[in-house]
Design a protein around this ligand. Structure first.
Ligand SMILES: Nc1ncnc2c1ncn2[C@@H]1O[C@H](COP(=O)(O)OP(=O)(O)OP(=O)(O)O)[C@@H](O)[C@H]1O
Ligand SMILES: [Mg+2]
Length: 512
């Protein structure tokens, strides 16, 4: 007898329907899995066999063939277990095929005792059924994933505890209720306890951080050790506007596929801040692997990717950032398919001016040789630096800065200004896909970043003196647009432009 059940595979951040066909025929007992399964799927045989037995059913001693169709999608992971087990029970006549299976999609990993385990990517699976025109899908997922999947509208999600419970539902013995999303649970992390008011002095660096947040511009802090570069960058998320619901879903989807959704957090409600170590692997940063998973650039989607001590990172690894920084997504090519993960983040980084950190400091002698300094700086390529709009020095402070009685501004106050500036961008860019100034395409730059005569003369002079690239030119205009927005000015004044130009300091210093 043959039975067919629908399940779902995740490729990248999208779900694809998989038909699980089971045929049970006479002959010597065998259990074959076909349809381009990965070895991790083949292990399902052992789990399904034990789960069926331990749930009080019989595992048929016949020739069992499981086909996962279509064959051209590579299937990975344990998510087909539950669908295979149900199909075997139907094909062996132990339970009937019922009407409610017509529009059912079943996913879940079985443990040997028949209980269901958590699987990654249920939000991605649910999203891929939300927009189809067919009758509403009944999506069966492990109970611990149900809340996450239920965030998607237009789809009925039911959380299943075990194979036995699934069977009881199918034969009408009990109901598995539809999961309704709970009020948003806030993802508690240390971002909330960090605040800009903790940073003394460094007013220029704080201003740069505010501009970066307002227009989503990339930035780098450079300066001697212990001046607050890392401290400043870590507080960037505290002044960013909270994500919209759509953005929250995008962020959660990536984390869900990566299996990195914190326990008890069905929806991530804050912008991510990712700070990978410089020893991280290429796959860890950009994504990929045998079962392609999002890397740090995608986990930072809609938030901040912070690379501390930038020159310590492998140069080759830094070069791979060029593509996502430009395209705002990352492309992963594998033999079976080319996948794309979203990667729209603010790129923040820090560096010392030289290996000992004292180069250019009037009060400390630099111990590095010319060669060492050159080598250190050459790890950053010109093209990478070209993509960093705001390059700001964080110098050693004077003692008077430390003793200032006035308290520094807190994150909430700065965030208010950032939100006002973002609102101006939203109005201006309405109807396009662009959200922030940094994302404007060349025609939008031309339209919204017009300069007056004085401004044009100034940028011409800077363009020639700095030997600026077209990209740097466009980026300077975008930053000046943001500076004007922070001031509530519709026109870009010369002072706005001048400030934007001076943020390209490193271009001058490192690559002259
Ligand atoms: N401007 C500041 N206001 C208050 N505390 C500061 C400031 N700058 C540095 N600190 C203190 O010094 C510590 C080190 O700062 P931080 O790690 O940000 O330095 P850094 O510039 O990143 O140095 P390095 O180049 O060595 O990485 C912080 O944890 C903080 O306690
Ligand atoms: Mg640091």
């Amino acid at each position: 007898m043959i039975a067919k059940i629908f399940s779902c595979a995740v490729l990248g951040i999208d779900g694809f329907t998989i038909e699980v066909e089971v045929d049970i025929s006479g002959g010597l007992p065998a259990f074959d899995l076909i349809g381009l399964p990965d070895p991790s799927v083949k292990e399902a045989r052992e789990r399904v066999r034990s789960a069926i037995r331990n749930s009080g059913f019989e595992f048929p001693l016949s020739r069992i063939t499981v086909n996962l169709a279509p064959a051209d999608i590579k299937k990975e992971g344990p998510a087909f277990d539950l669908a295979i087990a149900v199909a075997i029970l139907i094909a062996s006549g132990q339970i009937p095929y019922t009407q409610n299976l017509h529009h059912a999609v079943i996913v879940g990993e079985l443990s040997l005792d028949g209980n269901l385990r958590e699987i990654p990517g249920t939000l991605a699976i649910a999203s891929s059924y939300a927009n189809n025109n067919q009758p509403q899908t009944d999506l069966f997922v492990p109970a611990c994933n149900a809340e996450e999947a239920s965030l998607i509208k237009n789809i009925q999600v039911r959380g299943v505890e075990s194979l036995e419970q699934m069977v009881d539902y199918l034969i009408g013995k009990l109901d598995i209720p539809i999961t309704t999303p709970k009020p948003e649970q806030v993802n508690q992390n240390d971002q909330q306890i960090l605040d800009m008011s903790e940073i003394k002095g460094q007013e220029n660096a704080k201003r740069a951080l505010e501009i970066s947040a307002a227009g989503a511009h990339n930035l780098i802090f450079y300066g001697p050790p212990g001046t607050g570069k890392t401290m400043l960058a870590r507080r960037l998320p505290t002044i960013l506007p909270p994500p919209s619901l759509d953005e929250m879903l995008e962020i959660t989807r990536v984390h869900s596929v990566a299996g990195k959704l914190p326990a008890g957090t069905p929806l991530i409600t804050e912008r991510p801040f990712r700070s990978p170590h410089h020893t991280s692997s290429m796959v860890g940063i950009t994504g990929g692997g045998k079962i392609p998973r999002p890397g740090e650039v995608s986990l930072a989607h809609r938030g901040v990717l912070f690379l501390d001590e930038l020159p310590e990172f492998n140069r080759e690894l830094l070069e791979t950032l060029r593509q996502p920084l430009e395209d705002r997504n990352v492309t992963i090519t594998r033999s079976a398919a080319t996948l794309q993960f979203p990667a729209d983040f603010i790129f923040a980084s820090s560096m010392n001016p030289c290996p000992c950190g004292n180069f250019g400091d009037p009060r400390h002698a630099c111990r590095c040789s010319h060669y060492q300094i050159q080598r250190y700086r050459s790890r950053l390529s010109g093209p990478l630096l070209d993509r960093i709009d705001i390059q700001i020095e964080v110098p050693r402070m004077d003692y008077t800065d430390l003793e200032k009685p006035t308290a520094a501004e807190n994150s909430a106050t700065i965030r208010e200004r950032v939100q006002k500036a973002r609102l101006m961008q939203t109005h201006r860019l309405q109807g396009s896909n662009t959200i922030t100034n940094s994302e404007m395409n060349p025609s939008q730059v031309k339209k919204y970043c017009a300069l007056n005569t004085e401004g044009r003369a100034l940028i011409k002079q800077a363009f020639n003196q700095l030997g600026m690239s077209m990209r740097a030119y466009n980026r300077i205009l975008k930053v000046s647009r943001t500076i004007a927005d922070l001031e509530g000015s519709e026109n870009i004044e010369t002072s706005h432009l001048a400030e934007a130009i001076q943020y390209r300091n490193l271009d001058r210093e490192l690559f002259k």
